[in-house]
Design a protein around this ligand. Sequence first.
Ligand code: MRU
Length: 353
Amino acid sequence: MLYQGKNYRSVWVNERKLFIIDQNALPYEFKILELENIQQVFAAIQKMKIRGAPAIGAVAALGYALAISRSKDSQLSENINRYYKLLLASRLTAVDLKNGLDAVKWAIENESDPKVIKTAALQAAEKFVENSVLECQSIGRYGNQLITEGCRILTHCNAGALATVDYGTALAPMREAHYCGKKIFVYVDETRPRLQGMRLTAWELAQEGIDHAIIVDNAAGYYMQQGKIDLVITGADRIAANGDIANKIGTYSKAVLAKENGIPFYIAAPFSTFDRKLQSGKDIPIEERSPDEVLKYNEMELSSGLSTAYNPAFDVTPAKYITGYITPAGIFNSKDFYKLWEMNIREQSSRQS
Ligand code: MRU
């Protein structure tokens, strides 16, 4: 992603040190953090210094592999299990977290030599991360086919370069369309309570020079009704075998509104977001976060202080509201979802073997 003319990833390793862009500091400050140990990786994911499903998967894979590589040989097998369980518990809904950790675990599970284990863990994490970047670029190229000159697109939350390793999922087609010289306009939902749209998506679009405006979450229906939105693209945190998806809270209502208004609604996601063990969206675990995220902003009370709040971080959009899926292997409409699912199973099995 571009920042002041320089390219950055959301997470990277340099000389065996792990770095992230602190997403809680944006857009006020562009802050790079080093995560020095497994506890810091856990805290960075849990406190959402790094967030977005593919980015969580990437930082988990890299953090896990680096911690394994630093482990004492005598404690290696115990640590491999301990670190896995710790990071897996850092967030609940995005399955990319488990897929990132599994990529490392599968690569080492038949090895016994500590030196081989440490090297293989790092190689597997790096491969997972590089593959994630390639998949997002591919999503961008395919998704661009949906974007016509003058297209006005709505997106929810941040599914950009910050939420992935680079390039983004939902934002990748918009980047690609912009690079191809198409004039587009993006409506950015502010995305209460943590404002990922206002703070992160708008920041990314501004860095790229893509025309956009922030709207309050409740305004999307108004603009749809006025015929001002041609297309909706969001990311996902988990996709089930029946095509249901979980994404940031508020995605479901945007999908229902899009259907009511005859506007195509697309999900953009890499293969790491598919949960091959899950039959239906009803089984997706939904992370409940602290009421404070709703009730306070930067320690300032927004309510009387007499009320509590509910704060589900995600909701499930049933497949019937989804026009299609933009994936690294192409665009699949809902009727063809079973083909996509079979491809995803093959893809994940090949990674395991
Ligand atoms: O709680 P967050 O900010 O991690 O939620 C992120 C989202 O819901 C994104 O839309 C999703 O992870 C896709 S990111 C490419």
